[in-house]
Ligand binder design. Structure first.
Ligand code: ZN
Length: 151
């Protein structure tokens, strides 16, 4: 049986996750290209926040989205091209690297040119959009929890 704790998501108590003994699950396929996996570490209903750790093999990417609220990340392994990467006016994070993405940051493609891993806390939902900016999926902390528990 997979070690996929959910107790930590239930109550507004202090929480602790042993990350190396928590199994990855597949990140929802409609939200990314390629086999991205994740571990949901925390949800914070009182803040509308959620925190996760992602495993992004070479060549994967997250689909186009807008951060409704700000987010902070720590790239622990590999390389992440945000907003097209440095070559296209965005930023390229190289591990170990920290980044802050402000409210309403639009990420048309968040791409991983090599095997990468990162930790991120999202304050507020992610709005996955099409090219014209129409909402395809609004992912709140509650949706993140639902996806984690359903996987
Ligand atoms: Zn983003």
């Amino acid at each position: 049986m997979a070690n996929k704790p959910t107790e930590h998501l239930d109550a507004l108590d202090g929480r602790y996750i042993q990350m190396d003994t928590t199994d990855y699950v597949d990140f929802p396929a409609p939200l990314c290209e390629g086999p991205i996996r994740w571990k949901l570490l925390n949800v914070s209903p009182e803040m509308g926040a959620w925190t996760a750790y992602f495993d992004c093999p070479k060549g994967t990417s997250f689909n186009r989205h807008i951060h409704i609220g700000p987010g902070e990340y720590f790239l622990t392994k590999g390389k992440m091209e945000v907003r097209g990467g440095t070559d296209e006016g965005g930023s390229t994070a190289i591990a170990p690297g920290y980044g802050y993405e402000p409210c309403n940051a639009r990420h048309d493609k968040t791409y991983f040119p090599v095997d990468s891993e990162f930790y991120m806390t999202f304050l507020g939902p992610l709005n996955f959009i099409d090219e014209e900016g129409n909402t395809l999926a609004l992912v709140t902390w509650e949706d993140a929890q639902g996806a984690w528990e359903a996987s």
